[in-house]
Design a protein around this ligand. Structure first.
Ligand SMILES: [Zn+2]
Ligand SMILES: [Zn+2]
Length: 350
């Protein structure tokens, strides 16, 4: 059994949540995973990685029942380019200068993915992981380009601003597209959001007629939960000493965007991972709250996924240079790892 770590509190009795609208507790359900079918999509996967989606060309057409992951953001909290690098008279930051050019893959906003879960050609669900400070800008860039209309759920990794800072922007959806957005959040992060997003949690404080986001909070626990039929398994990890963040596994894909250490209890949940999406902040070393590339590669060798895409890169990570380095690892040790980038579409089997 895997337990949440760190400062997470035990589950609150449901009665405590009574004042909050449409709030339910999510318990585990037994769901059998579909047989793995990733390999037929390997060619599409490679085409997606190589084509330049950042220029807004959707490129590969996918079948109507093909699920996919869309990378809405792959960068750090302040975004790339950093304003301070662009205003530096010495212009010493090559990556930020490149990132300011249209379509450059070094341009990165807050880490977030959208799972476009298509169990059949008639059904498509858009499940978002995190909506950070730059969510509006990510959505503006990619939603119209890729024909994304609804947000059918948001799953929260942790309650830092680059993961939840965009929840207020969901008002455009709940006022104009759909009645509400279900949010899936751990108790500890919900406690934080009661303060940071108090008017979205307790809408009784809102003046009549004010049109804020209408959010339905679902409290997730240590067990797998189901979102629109998709089984999601929480992957507890450390994100700095004593601070717990969640990764998530769905199908054979594991997404861990904010991690400084993976506890032993979480490794069994990463077994037989096909695609690992993993935090890699900087090229040289780890920080107190994030994996650097050397540590991230160490973990890849331990977890042994079929392939890895790194995310959460800061401005010291030059897309082309780091990817060229990673390609050499493919030649020398067969390690299939690349940097992701904003706008990347990845066909997946779920
Ligand atoms: Zn810079
Ligand atoms: Zn964080």
């Amino acid at each position: 059994m895997v337990l949440f770590l760190g400062t997470v509190r035990s589950s609150h009795p449901l009665i405590n949540f009574a004042p909050y609208r449409r709030q339910i507790s999510v318990r585990s359900r037994a769901i059998s995973l579909p047989a793995n079918g990733f390999f037929p999509f390997r060619r599409i996967f490679q085409a997606c990685l190589q084509s330049n989606y950042a220029k807004g060309n959707a490129g590969v057409e996918l079948p109507a029942d093909q699920s996919e992951i869309i990378f809405l953001g792959t960068g750090t909290s302040e975004g790339i380019p950093r304003v301070s690098c662009l205003t530096n008279p010495l212009k010493t930051c090559e990556v930020c200068s490149k990132a300011a050019e249209p379509g450059n893959k070094n341009k990165r906003l807050n880490t977030s993915i959208l799972i476009r879960y298509r169990p059949s050609s008639e059904r498509s669900n858009n499940i978002l992981i995190d909506a950070g400070k730059f969510f509006y800008h990510s959505a503006l860039r990619w939603f119209p380009a890729y024909g994304i209309r609804t947000i059918d759920a948001v799953i929260i990794t942790h309650s830092h601003a680059d993961a939840v800072g965009g929840l207020d922007d969901l008002r455009d959806w709940t006022n104009n597209v759909q009645p509400y957005v279900p949010i899936y959040v751990a108790p500890r992060d919900f406690e934080v959001m009661k303060k940071t997003h108090y008017y979205l949690v307790d809408t009784s404080v809102i003046l009549p007629g004010a049109a804020v986001s209408d959010l339905q909070f679902n409290i997730i626990h240590k067990d797998p939960f189901t979102v629109h039929g998709l089984k999601i398994t929480p992957l507890p990890v450390w994100h700095g000493q004593g601070y717990r963040s969640l990764g998530f596994r769905f199908g054979d894909i594991c997404y861990i965007s904010d991690v400084s250490e993976i506890p032993e209890e979480t490794y069994p949940l990463l077994k037989d991972c096909e695609t690992l999406i993993l935090d890699a902040l900087r090229p040289d070393r780890s920080s107190s709250t994030h994996f650097g590339l050397p540590k991230a590669l160490e973990e890849v060798r331990k977890i042994q996924p079929k392939r890895t895409l790194f995310t959460g890169m800061m401005h010291l990570m030059d897309h082309e240079k780091v990817n060229n380095y990673l390609l050499k690892l493919m030649e020398t040790e067969g390690l299939d790892a690349q940097l992701s980038y904003d706008g990347l579409r990845l066909p997946v089997t779920l």
